[in-house]
Write a protein that binds this ligand. Structure first.
Ligand SMILES: N[C@@H](CCC(=O)N[C@@H](CS)C(=O)NCC(=O)O)C(=O)O
Length: 213
């Protein structure tokens, strides 16, 4: 049995693992660590961060590594080395854009410095938002012939891209309006179609993300 541990809110780093396992009907246990408990529990984890995964009593960390494992188990990775490179780039893109927006989130959540957060968010919107999403659109354009899936077959790359796009258009990120995607019509259409891809959208995890985020 695979066990996943993350905080008590939905975030792409663990959601992509859950969606992936669920898509292939692989059972998993999921523990949510309340934010207040984190100070005491941080030292339990190999890199002092979440998500982590426990398999056969061994503990593993880092989103990309866990995603690769869960996707392989779920048949949502690939065997072709070129396709693997496409998938890995989407996962790395997700980490990169998260790193770009993280300072503005941290300023608000940890430092409670809302003025600083607003300033950092404006900088992110000006310097990174469009350009980093256009990198993703370019990736889709370059590799996908049908523009429905990154590798022309549903994979963890699509789960990740969908989850990240959803995060940025959800309205939950202050000052970021969903209309930024209007300038990227191929990506916008890709996201719309994926949201209606029934084997994916019927998952309870998918519905949970839509309802909570
Ligand atoms: N390199 C890690 C980064 C994970 C990460 O940044 N986790 C954050 C939550 S999204 C965390 O655990 N923050 C709490 C802390 O660092 O104390 C990965 O790829 O999973």
């Amino acid at each position: 049995m695979i066990k996943l541990i993350y905080f008590d809110f939905n975030f792409w780093r663990v959601d992509i693992l859950r969606l992936c396992l669920s898509f292939s009907n692989i059972p998993y246990e999921f523990e949510r660590v309340p934010r207040q408990a984190w100070k005491n529990r941080k030292k339990e984890f190999p890199f002092g961060q979440l998500p982590i995964m426990i398999v056969d009593k061994k503990i593993y960390a880092h989103t990309h590594s866990l995603a690769r494992f869960c996707a392989t188990r779920s048949n949502l990775y690939d065997k072709d080395e070129h396709k693997i490179l496409i998938i890995d780039q989407v996962l790395d893109w997700a980490n990169e854009i998260t790193n770009q927006i993280a300072p503005s989130i941290r300023a608000a959540m940890r430092e409670k410095n809302f003025e600083k957060s607003k300033k950092l968010r404006k900088e992110f919107i000006k310097n990174s938002l469009h350009i980093w999403f256009s990198y993703l659109e370019n990736l889709l354009n370059r590799y996908s012939s049908d523009k429905e899936f990154f590798t022309d077959k549903f994979s963890i790359a699509d789960i990740t891209a969908w989850r990240l796009i959803h995060w940025f258009v959800s309205g939950k990120l202050d000052l970021i309006d969903a209309s930024f995607l209007d300038e990227l019509p191929i990506l916008k259409n890709y996201h719309r179609k994926l949201s209606q891809f029934e084997p994916f959208s019927k998952l309870s995890e998918f519905k949970e993300i839509l309802n909570q985020n």
